[in-house]
Design a protein. Structure first.
Length: 297
């Protein structure tokens, strides 16, 4: 199609425009910042880097990283960072785990509350991905990036086509999503979500019918484990903890607060207590009076 551009050219053009707008006087990736209200305020150096999702690079094709870093440098970024990933294939199945996060982060609002945010973690993985089917999806994705973009509608169609074609086949093999660690560490303790979500026994008919048909085959087992001392630092933290414990949504184990959430065969429980789900129904209130006429004496 005349006048169309591929995704790589389009992305570079957008990033170049954003970089030019954000760094009008950029020199070697540094932008002097001078306070408008004071001529004697010290100049600040703002350094802009690029955090990226790098596909199909580590550990099998590291040579593609060189071109990516060169592109980032040409766009004026001071540095770059990616995230660690581990890909393992055994037999006909592939597993992948990813770890992302940061060190200390200073946030004015948290500092005002006396909360020191030391670490942020976002670690998760996928398991039991059928390797031959996964390879077909990746082949489709690569082919998509080689095609020119004509319109937004065409881009959406091309982007999701490989997943629509192979998604049902991938679900046949009971894939798993593992939440290895999502949480924070502060000076007063830490808090994490961990768990596992699986879809078992899904068919092509379920996939074609839409997400609601897969709900009954979804199993999720998620645990929140958080330091009570850390929660108490937040506004109304103690009040929220007391209400959660009284309602059975939190359980104390030493100085920790635990919440175990299980979804299985369309039913939800929190610490073993059945819960209603909007749109899916659920258990009636425990103390609901029986309907009907009063008993005759």
């Amino acid at each position: 199609m005349a006048g169309s551009v591929n995704r790589r050219t389009f992305t570079r053009a957008v990033l170049a425009g954003l970089g030019a707008a954000a760094m009008p006087r950029a020199g070697a990736g540094a932008v002097p910042q001078t306070a408008a209200t004071s001529q004697t305020a010290p100049a600040k150096q703002l350094r802009i880097g690029c955090t990226s999702l790098v596909w199909n690079t580590f550990p099998r094709s590291p040579e593609t990283l060189e071109a990516a870093v060169r592109d980032m440098s040409e766009l004026g970024y001071k540095g770059f960072e990616t995230f660690g990933e581990v890909v393992e294939t055994k037999g006909d199945f592939t597993s992948m785990s990813v770890k992302m996060g940061s060190g200390e982060v200073k946030v004015k609002e948290l500092t005002a509350m006396g909360i020191a945010l030391k670490e942020i973690h976002y670690d998760f993985g996928v398991r039991r991905l059928h390797t031959p089917t996964l390879e077909k999806i990746l082949t489709g994705v690569k082919a998509m990036y080689a095609k020119p973009i004509g319109s937004v509608a065409e881009a959406n169609q091309e982007m999701f086509a490989p997943f629509k074609e192979q998604g049902a086949e991938l679900l046949k093999y009971d894939p798993e999503l593992s939440i290895d660690r999502i949480g924070i560490v502060t000076g007063d303790g830490d808090g994490y979500l961990t768990g596992l979500m699986t879809v078992k026994g899904a068919t092509a008919e379920d996939f074609a019918a839409g997400s609601m048909s897969l709900v009954g085959k979804l199993h999720a087992d998620i645990t929140l484990d958080v330091s009570e001392k850390m929660i108490q630092k937040f506004p109304n933290g103690s009040m929220g903890v007391a209400a959660g414990v009284d309602g059975g949504y939190l359980q104390r184990k030493g100085d920790r607060l635990i919440c175990k959430i299980v979804f299985d065969k369309g039913a939800l429980t929190v610490n073993g207590k059945p819960q209603a789900i909007p749109g899916l129904g659920g258990p009636p209130p425990m103390d609901s009076p029986a309907e009907g006429p009063p008993p005759q004496e």
